[in-house]
Design a protein around this ligand. Structure first.
Ligand code: BG6
Length: 488
């Protein structure tokens, strides 16, 4: 099979941080179809060779084992090409068309990794140049819009010229090995299904914590904030993976139909819950990696008066028969105490206690996404040091133990990173791990009351860099009698 992958935004941050390394890994693993071209598109005036040199120099920032040797890069570089384009000029799409017609590849992937404001224009121009035929697949990066109306406008423009089957809305969290394993664990094993419900589960916590600040993306981030950057997409996709009913088969639409139902079942916000169950914060100066770091307002590109949130904690519920009454907590933020992304499913305690157990110890399933991926099942087991007290055998003491499935150790070298997995899926035309337009709209619909109410309230609460966010986040969960995992 032959393919052409056109990378709009070919010199941008995403291209060199994520996409090129992922394409190289796929090449190295031998999973990228041999007969392929990767065409970087940007405004700079570069030759193919200069583009290859630029990409090679960027690879120096890639972590050791994933960096190509000179010999490997030379082979990979033969796939790389470059086309200078002004994305507003129809004549430049005609040049792109000429380039693509040289080969008429079986599959043409148009990866739109540009500023979101250009998405509609690029898609319309692709169609105007007649490049939207059945062999074309278009990949759209997030964020797709900044609210429900703008998301609908983009989707309407896209759906006018492309069939939904040609549109790959990417959410790289769906490509993470742990998320795929969450699906496998739930729908490939019978073990958890009977207890995956309100009768057995006390609460669910989703944490996506980053220790980094906004880095060089201050200007973008300041227009976006944690709700749009992480909650509307990544966190809500995790909610779907945890909460959805078993799909009738593994086809993309069967999966997406079930995810959509979860998003539709999320409890709508009320004035009361907006006040009590939605906390947002913004980091101030603090400590990260043992060093003083500046506050958000002092980051380059950020408005010194900014009201943008860098932390969000929410409490919600999936209002259906399986989940009614089970609190679902979502928390994400920048400059938190550690890089830690995980989903915790906390089970209910035993109905009657005959053992002594540490306070608060319950069964818990943890799906670790970051920094390592794996599954942990927390149980209680008989401690081996039972003492006799006053000549009597004391009530047996239980101690917490863990069953660990470390995917790094178990699957090591065979594992495929999120972008690598998703890029290969696009080339192969598999839509399972991509987001359908109605899902995306439903997610925007749910976050919209937060956007509206935050536009005019007192602003985000401050928290020091290197902590777990504003104390209101712990107070929110404590009102239900629970605590975040690092406080347990
Ligand atoms: C991106 C966000 O989608 O996800 C970034 O725009 C964030 O702000 C990143 O840092 C986190 O991804 P990961 O895979 O490092 O958890």
């Amino acid at each position: 099979m032959s393919f052409d992958l056109v990378l709009f935004g070919g010199t941008g941050d995403l291209a060199w941080r994520k996409l090129m390394p992922a394409l190289f890994q796929a090449f190295r693993h031998g999973s990228l179809p041999k007969d392929g071209r990767i065409v970087g598109v940007a405004r700079d005036d570069l030759s193919d060779d200069q583009y290859r040199e630029l990409i090679q120099s960027r690879f120096n920032a890639v972590e050791g084992a994933k960096r190509p040797s000179a010999e490997e890069f030379e082979k990979f570089a033969s796939l790389l090409h470059y086309l200078r384009m002004d994305l507003s000029k129809p004549a430049d799409y005609a040049r792109l068309s000429d380039l693509l017609k040289q080969r008429n590849a079986d599959t043409v992937v148009m990866y739109v990794a540009t500023a979101p404001a250009l998405f509609t224009q690029v898609v319309e121009q692709i169609a105007a140049a007649g490049l939207n035929g059945p062999s074309t697949r278009v990949v759209l990066e997030k964020p797709l819009g900044h609210d429900l109306a703008s998301n609908r406008a983009i989707n309407a423009a896209v759906c006018k010229v492309l069939d939904e089957k040609q549109v790959f809305r990417i959410d790289h969290y769906l490509g993470k090995p742990s998320v795929q394993n969450l699906f496998a664990m739930r729908f490939g094993n019978a073990l958890f299904e009977p207890i995956w419900r309100r009768e057995h589960i006390a609460n669910i916590q989703i944490t996506i914590a980053e220790d980094l600040g906004v880095e060089k993306r201050g200007a973008f981030y300041d227009q976006t904030g944690a709700l749009r950057d992480m909650v509307q997409n990544h966190a809500l996709q995790l909610v779907c993976a945890i909460g959805m009913e078993p799909p009738i088969n593994s086809h993309a639409d069967a999966i997406r139909d079930e995810k959509l139902k979860v998003l539709r079942a999320l409890k709508p916000w009320t004035p009361e819950t907006l006040g009590l169950h939605a906390i947002r914060g913004q980091y101030t100066a603090g400590t990260a990696y043992g060093e003083r770091v500046p506050g958000y307002k002092d980051e380059p590109g950020v408005d010194p008066e900014s009201r943008t949130e860098t932390f969000v904690a929410l409490r919600t519920e999936i209002a259906n028969w399986r989940w009614a009454g089970v609190p679902l907590y979502i928390r994400t933020g920048k400059r938190l105490a550690s890089r830690d992304a995980r989903i915790e499913v906390n089970f209910r305690p035993t109905p009657h206690a005959i053992y002594r157990a540490p306070a608060g110890a319950v069964n818990k399933l943890v799906i670790n996404l970051q920094p390592r991926d794996g599954l942990e099942l927390h149980m209680l087991a008989q401690a081996q040091d039972n003492r006799r007290s006053n000549g009597h055998q004391s009530a047996a003491q239980l101690a917490p133990v863990q069953l660990d499935l470390d995917f790094d150790k178990r699957f090591g070298a065979e594992r495929v990173g999120a972008y690598e997995r998703l890029l290969l899926d696009v080339i192969d035309g598999r839509l399972n791990l991509f987001v359908r337009s109605d899902e995306q709209e439903e997610a925007w619909r749910w976050v919209e009351p937060l956007i509206d109410s935050w536009a005019s309230d007192g602003g985000p609460r401050p928290y020091a860099a290197g902590t777990w966010g504003p104390s209101a986040s712990s107070a929110m969960i404590a009102r239900d009698g629970f605590s975040w995992s690092e406080e347990q």
